[in-house]
Design a protein around this ligand. Structure first.
Ligand code: NAP
Length: 511
């Protein structure tokens, strides 16, 4: 049933604080609270399904977990950290950093832990002055908000492989994102399905202590070495004493990341070639066995799939207790894995490093916008947004790390911070001009996504001859096809004309 608009003013024109819900307390949610408060927005509630902050760094606890983006760049700009112990931090240190930042900035007081969001719908209620987002938790509690910010991240729904007999395996079997720490690895026969970034880190870490390591590879991956370094106590002391020096490495890695990996994926052929050469050299130097090297050599272009930075995988797969299996898996039985060539690999532990659903974003939370528009149906497994942050028909609903953002080999913290600054500018605009609601204009959204579709063939994700989790059901990579710096610039200066700034709240919300 549709209803007319209620009398009275929405938050911006009435001068009250907007009530803002943030979904997720990972790095984007933490940054959102800190930056919104600093900008004067204090009525914030963060809904977090788990009992701790941290998002992907809380969920993933697999051995070898680390970040292949340099820590000096993979840091909040408002909380640079002189204490990083390594150039590329390990998972527990990043988790501790996120928890510390949340504590230091009192983010936790805004968080409702153990409270998953079941649904969000944009409604006009007779009791309310203006349309609101009605948020219902899994526990059945209902609250109303003026603004919703989705900070759920991208890769948070693990994908189990569709292999016959998966449930019949009698040993320990688990997805990399749900690591079973009670499973004994030392001296055991361990199988790993997958050879993505996650698998490379796991295999590199545990092969030396397992009895046998059997790696089931469907597609070979390109890898460059990870130039890991441990930071000295002297350097940490210096940075504590002169904290502004941390901006040097921050911007060094920032510009290096944009000019190398960022540029190579979106048309810089020379850089792409240099990365290919670095991968080939890495392979040649670290895999002495010619046959193994051949089976590890991809037949598509480097950086077509997300480039892996890892120095431990090649030595591990070349070690005596490791075997690379490239035959297709036929089935899994009680004792292990059978491949199509009739081989059977007996295993004690089977790790599924088979990735995540890249089309989830805020789903499975049911999000209903204007006129009953259902987000899952709107996306239809090919999620799109305007500038990765907004969708037509979903007023006052903002996404951090939303569809088609630049997510390749870059610091997602930097991307999120820019997106939050963008959202704050939108809220400021509402406050300044008394707007009731903001949503992406249909024509802006369509034009932006059409331009993206035209630009995508220039990217290595599309022209490089591979498939990857970047591709969604539209058959196109769900990524920003231009230089990442261009995206960051667009976040700094919103073009308000691309948005529908409404003073009157149309009677389009669901009753
Ligand atoms: P992924 O890159 O999607 O890799 C999944 C792997 O599983 C691929 O090798 C895939 O083979 C294989 N696979 C999937 N289903 C299979 C099946 N049915 N049979 C056999 N093999 C199967 O997942 P991920 O390694 O978890 O990484 C996901 C993303 O997380 C990364 O790309 C990166 O963005 C992020 N990540 C980042 C870091 C970091 O250090 N910053 C670390 C880990 C992860 P195909 O290649 O043939 O599909």
């Amino acid at each position: 049933m549709q209803e007319g608009i209620n009398a009275g003013a929405p938050w911006a024109s009435s001068g009250r604080q907007p009530k803002i819900a943030i979904v997720g307390a990972g790095m984007s949610g933490i940054a959102a609270v800190i930056k919104l408060r600093k900008a004067g927005y204090r009525n914030l509630t963060v809904y977090e399904k788990a009992d701790r902050v941290g998002g992907t760094w809380r969920e993933n606890t697999y051995p070898g977990l680390s970040c292949d983006i340099p820590s000096r760049w993979y840091s909040f700009r408002f909380a640079l950290n002189p204490e990083w112990t390594h150039r590329f931090s390990y998972g527990p240190e990043i988790q501790a950093y996120l928890e510390k930042v949340a504590r230091d900035f009192d983010v936790e007081s805004a968080i409702r832990f153990g409270t998953a969001v079941k649904s969000l719908d944009y409604v006009v209620l007779p009791s309310e002055e203006a349309p609101k987002w009605r948020l219902v938790t899994e526990g059945g509690e209902t609250s109303l908000y003026d603004v919703v910010i989705s900070a759920t991240g991208i890769l948070h729904q693990p994908v189990m492989p569709d292999i016959p007999g998966l449930t019949s395996f009698e040993g320990a079997i688990f997805h990399s994102a749900h690591w079973d720490h009670s499973a004994e690895l030392n001296g055991k026969r361990v199988g790993v399905i997958g050879t993505g970034s996650t698998a490379a880190q796991i295999i590199g870490d545990i092969t030396s202590r397992v009895g046998e390591m059997v790696v089931f590879q469907r597609t070979p991956q390109w890898m460059v070495p990870l130039p890991q370094t441990e930071y000295s106590p002297g350097l940490k002391r210096l940075l504590r004493f002169l904290p502004f020096l941390q901006w040097l490495p921050y911007f060094f890695y920032f510009f290096a990341g944009l000019r190398t990996f960022g540029a190579a994926t979106v048309g810089d052929k020379k850089m792409q070639e240099r990365i290919s050469q670095a991968c080939l050299t890495n392979l040649a130097q670290n895999v002495p066995d010619r046959d193994l090297r051949a089976r590890l050599t991809p037949d598509y272009q480097a950086a077509c799939k997300r480039l892996i930075l890892c120095s431990s995988f090649y030595p591990a797969i070349s070690s005596e207790n490791a075997e690379l299996v490239t035959e297709k898996i036929q089935e899994i039985d009680a004792k292990g894995v059978c491949t199509e060539d009739g081989q059977h690999y007996e295993l004690d532990v089977l790790v599924l490093a088979t990735g995540f659903d890249p089309s989830a974003f805020i789903l499975p939370t049911k999000v209903t916008g204007e006129k009953g528009l259902d987000l899952e149906e709107f996306w239809h497994r090919a999620p799109r947004a305007h500038r990765a942050v907004a969708m037509p028909g979903f007023p006052n609903f903002w996404m951090l790390e939303g569809p088609t953002g630049p997510v390749g080999n870059l610091s997602l913290i930097t991307i999120s911070e820019h997106q939050i600054d963008f959202v704050i500018q939108m809220l400021d605009k509402m406050k300044r001009d008394g707007h009731a609601a903001i949503s992406a204009r249909e024509e802006s959204y369509v034009g932006y996504n059409d331009a993206m579709r035209e630009a995508l063939p220039n990217t290595v994700w599309m022209s490089g001859g591979c498939t990857s989790w970047y591709m969604d059901d539209s058959g196109l990579p769900n990524l920003y096809p231009w230089a990442p710096g261009r995206y960051l610039k667009s976040m700094r200066r919103p073009k308000f004309e691309e948005f529908h700034l409404r003073d009157e709240v149309a009677a389009t919300a669901s009753a």
